[in-house]
Design a protein around this ligand. Structure first.
Ligand SMILES: Cc1cc2nc3c(=O)[nH]c(=O)nc-3n(C[C@H](O)[C@H](O)[C@H](O)COP(=O)(O)OP(=O)(O)OC[C@H]3O[C@@H](n4cnc5c(N)ncnc54)[C@H](O)[C@@H]3O)c2cc1C
Length: 343
């Protein structure tokens, strides 16, 4: 197991709260690092909705989720502190005044820990049909990262929520054809997007198959290998089947999240969220929390609140590690760390 150098702070989660915490740690002169289970930073923004605009981040009239992640990563990156991706925290050990986060391969000792684990380690909910399993990663894409990857393709979207309808809307004009398959005629998506897709359906730009579910995946062997060419859909009411052309399946069935080991760390939990006080303290010495993972009266699960919580958590932790450093960071516009003279 690789043992990393001891740092002041280890941050669990590279979502917006964790990235901003990493920036704040650098600004306060604390050595820090992030550990995230996912292959890239950004948390929900990168994994669930990179191509969506966000309208309620202060200072941005609108910003693409992936662009906000890039800006947060650049802001945090100016202090050269590491973001360790692909590192799922599986345990916390405490000895000799240090807290050590343990992943499957590495150990990360630090003086304090900020938990910015969002909704926990999450993964897309899989299609229940066994016929789908062999095609994950080679024709079934549970997350859309780059819409242009579907240019000229026959796309079948399975689901009835926001993501299903958003992509049924956004892939028009890119994909060769779009079919949206849902097992009922009740949708959990924003009504305005449902209306847009239904209008497109009436105009023949999208096919909407309600009361249908996946029955079979049809594939053919091509020079580049075997690939999906069509899906067999079962009409759950009429008990008939229909075949639709398909190059790519996008199952948009939501995500399963797992608090994992965090639940065993002696923290006070309410519905899988960590109860914190007004200083973002968890109650366990050395552990603070920020972002979607926290709860307190009046909590809002928003990026804006996550930023504020991250700054509070880091400033408290820095003061706890180095009592001579004040909790109050002062104004960044005055700080020597940014080359300002009035520090
Ligand atoms: C479709 C959609 C649209 C949204 N639109 C908006 C919006 O317009 N405005 C807004 O304010 N909010 C919006 N949100 C909510 C917003 O994305 C969240 O509030 C925000 O992502 C929370 O940030 P976070 O840093 O707390 O957690 P997350 O973004 O969830 O990041 C947590 C990170 O922790 C990692 N992690 C968890 N457990 C472990 C572990 N054991 N080991 C290692 N890593 C771990 C995860 O992999 C993840 O990367 C939206 C959410 C969705 C799903």
């Amino acid at each position: 197991m690789a043992l990393h150098a001891t740092r002041d702070l280890s941050i669990i989660g590279a979502g917006p709260a964790g990235l901003f915490a990493l920036f704040y740690a650098g600004m306060r002169g604390a050595s820090a690092q992030i550990l995230d289970a996912l292959p890239q930073p950004g948390g929900q923004l990168a994994a669930l909705y990179p191509e969506k605009f966000i309208f309620d981040v202060a200072g941005f009239p609108k910003v693409l989720a992936k662009d906000l992640v890039a800006a947060l990563t650049a802001q945090a990156g100016q202090f050269g502190q590491p973001i360790h991706c692909g590192q799922r925290v599986v345990a916390l050990e405490e000895a000799d005044g240090l807290l050590t986060l343990v992943t499957e391969t590495d150990r990360f000792p630090s003086r304090a820990v900020i938990i910015a684990a969002g909704i926990g380690a999450f993964s897309p909910r899989k299609l229940p049909q066994p016929c789908a399993e062999p095609w994950y990663g080679r024709g079934i894409d549970p997350v859309v990262l780059e819409p242009q990857a579907y240019a000229g393709k026959h796309v079948v979207i399975i689901g009835g929520g926001d993501s299903a309808f958003d992509w049924a809307h956004q892939l028009q004009g890119i994909a060769a054809s779009i079919a949206l398959v849902h097992r009922t005629d009740r949708f959990r998506a924003h009504q305005a997007t449902v209306d847009q897709v239904m209008t497109a359906a009436a105009e023949g730009r999208v096919a909407v198959h309600t009361f249908h579910e996946l029955a079979e995946v049809h594939a053919e062997v091509h020079p580049e290998g075997e690939r999906i060419v069509a899906l067999e859909l079962k009409d759950t009411k009429a008990k008939t089947t229909r075949r639709v052309p398909c190059d790519v399946v996008l199952p948009m069935l939501g995500f399963v999240s797992d608090l994992g080991p965090l639940g065993d760390w002696g923290l006070t939990l309410e519905k899988d969220e960590i109860v914190v006080d007004q200083t973002m303290a968890t109650g366990r010495p050395g552990l603070w929390a920020a972002g979607d993972i926290t709860t307190y009266p009046g909590k809002l699960k928003l990026i804006a609140t996550g930023f504020a919580e991250a700054s509070m958590a880091v400033n408290q932790a820095v003061h706890w590690i180095y009592p001579e450093k004040k909790v109050n960071p002062g104004h960044s516009s005055n700080l020597a760390v940014f080359g300002q003279k009035d520090d």
